[in-house]
Design a protein. Sequence first.
Length: 125
Amino acid sequence: MASLRLLEEVYEFRIHSQVIDSALGLNGAGRYGGQCGLVEGFLMFIGLWARANQIDDVDAKNICFGFASEFEDRFGCLLCSELRPKAIELASNPQHVCEQLKVEAMFFGLNYLDRNMIMKSHANL
């Protein structure tokens, strides 16, 4: 959810409240340890941005694939349980358990979008 809010602000792109609501469980599938919500939020945004900017579905899927691949290369995997093992038990404040990872992943994601998607949308105008 944090990534969607950041992306909404940075790109001045309104995201419907129902989309934000649907992101409630993206933090590793409700802290189950599944796919990291930082990844999922960016993937959701890619779909929203692509549709709004007439980016072809195949191109949008390729951008998602590239994001996941580069994220995995940079951070080692896509799973919360492996990115931050035992993070919740060790955190003094569970709301900020992934604070450092969040900052790094946000900068990584913004850079990826600028290189791979934002320019493509301007080419479609």
